[in-house]
Design a protein around this ligand. Structure first.
Ligand code: EPU
Length: 441
């Protein structure tokens, strides 16, 4: 039975997460599949000539949204269970993607590469997603043009068309995850060989390439800065399991460190976490590494440090807010330099409400560690900012109420349940529940 995907409407904008801080996290947490791999792999399945069964898919709002977009375009989507999705794209006929949904997520731009590869044309609304400054797609478009497509921007829509795509040499001006993914998606069925130079090397790029190769694609070099894609005529349906989420794992590690706790983070690939564990180790956080899990604990006071975000294998920008929240609990002056995005410190204002001492000058934050953060009402300004506020709330004394949690639920599966299992005093209050509580029901 193919189910119609229904967007989970539980999360209204008035829902909140309430934290009573001060508990050291203890116990085990299992990491879900990687959001940024899943949001590329699900649309990539639309290039297949058969049914794809994707396992270890995180159960988050961005995935629900991607399924809804694919479903609206004619793909059959079956939810096998909470984390397994089957996609049958054989009846897809539309080369344009539904507009209102596209505006809500960045990864919807991957439909450009997919539809161009599948139908030789794509009409897609400009993507949305977290707002931290300009998020251009010029490198995506440069790649499509090099492959032989023409593009135009009209009324907020991107139109891309071609007679046929022909493999070529593309040198990216900036290291871009999105452009690397989109060019791979368009090139996989193009004529001849496409070489992407200065490509992004993130684990989710490798995961996408592995998925496409399982389907019969011919991609080598993913994980290095030169990726070669030899176009193939057909791609078959496969069963594939998504890698664990490096950023979700890093977020729980930072939360353990901020509460000076002792946790085991399970279902991870330790190699993917090295830039994060190296930085936390510099701060004095201790690790014990196993095959697919890591124990994270603190046995003495943490030390200040400096962080600069970089494309992989550098320290990930998607861990920048979380590490800043952690450093605001560490004595001394630390510096965090955001080198990927122009404007990713908006959440600092919210941390100020909790007593953090952080000054931001452009892309650099200077953090004076405080003895104790204090609970306060705060708003998640985007996904990772929301995670940072939860970390701060767990470390703070008193009660923190995080609003705008729809941002957090875009990317973290069962975050409240996972933290409760680690001993945190945290709950999610839906607007309805709260009204009932007020009414004494
Ligand atoms: N850039 C350009 N031109 C382009 C594309 C990017 O100048 O055509 C610039 C951007 O302005 C930015 C830099 O290149 O300064 C990197 O952007 P990139 O394209 O790599 O980012 P993205 O693909 O839009 C993905 C993740 C983000 C993550 C970045 C960087 C997904 C769906 N999103 O975005 O994840 O921050 O890579 O690693 O994969 C998150 O998960 O919270 C998140 C925001």
């Amino acid at each position: 039975i193919y189910l119609q995907i229904i967007i989970d409407e539980r999360c209204g904008t008035l829902d909140k997460i309430i934290i009573s801080g001060g508990q050291k996290l203890k116990g085990k947490v299992s990491i879900s599949g990687a959001k940024n791999a899943a949001v590329a792999i699900l649309p990539a399945a639309a290039l297949s000539d058969g049914v794809c069964r994707i396992e270890n898919v995180p159960n988050i709002r961005d995935i629900t949204l991607m399924c809804r977009i694919l479903s609206d375009m004619g793909a059959k989507i079956k939810l096998v269970n909470k984390n397994t999705i089957e996609i049958d794209p054989r009846k897809m006929s539309s080369s344009s993607a539904p507009c209102d949904l596209m505006r809500n997520m960045r990864a919807s731009c991957y439909l450009l590469g997919v539809l161009l590869g599948k139908f030789s044309e794509a009409y897609v609304y400009l993507p949305g997603g977290c707002n931290f400054g300009l998020r251009p797609i010029d490198q995506h478009l440069k790649g499509f043009a090099a492959l032989g497509a023409e593009y135009a921007l009209e009324n907020g829509m991107v139109k891309v068309q071609c007679e046929k795509l022909v493999g070529t040499h593309i040198y990216l001006d900036v290291v871009s995850v999105g452009a690397t993914v989109n060019i791979m998606l368009a090139a996989v069925k193009a004529d001849g060989i496409t070489v992407i130079e200065n490509a992004a090397k993130e684990p989710h790029i490798v995961d996408l390439a592995n998925f496409l190769n399982c389907m019969g694609a011919d991609i080598i070099g993913a994980g290095t800065d030169v990726i070669k894609v030899r176009g193939v005529k057909k791609l078959r349906g496969v069963t594939y399991s998504i890698i664990p989420d490096q950023i979700e794992a890093g977020t729980y590690m930072a939360a353990a460190a901020a509460t000076r706790g002792d946790i085991v983070v399970e279902n991870v690939i330790p190699k993917h976490l090295e830039s994060i564990t190296a930085k936390l180790e510099e701060m004095g956080v201790k690790f014990e590494e196993y095959n697919d899990s890591i124990r994270v604990y603190c046995d003495k006071p943490l030390k200040k440090c400096n962080v600069k975000t970089m494309p992989h294998p550098g320290f990930p920008t998607d861990m920048q807010p979380q590490i800043t929240a952690l450093l605001s609990t560490v004595e001394g002056t630390s510096m965090v330099n955001e080198a990927v995005w122009d404007n990713r410190f908006k959440y600092v204002e919210e941390l100020h409400r909790m007593g953090a001492k952080i000054s931001v000058d452009g892309k650099v934050a200077v953090i004076e560690g405080v003895k104790k953060l204090q609970g306060a009402p705060v708003k998640a300004t985007d996904l990772r900012a929301g995670a940072a506020l939860i970390i701060a709330g767990l470390a703070a004394s008193g009660q923190t109420t995080v609003e705008e949690i729809q941002h957090i639920e875009r990317g973290y599966e069962d975050i409240v349940e996972k933290l409760v299992n680690l001993g945190a005093h945290i709950k999610r209050v839906s607007c309805k529940t709260e009204e009932n509580e007020v009414a004494g029901l």
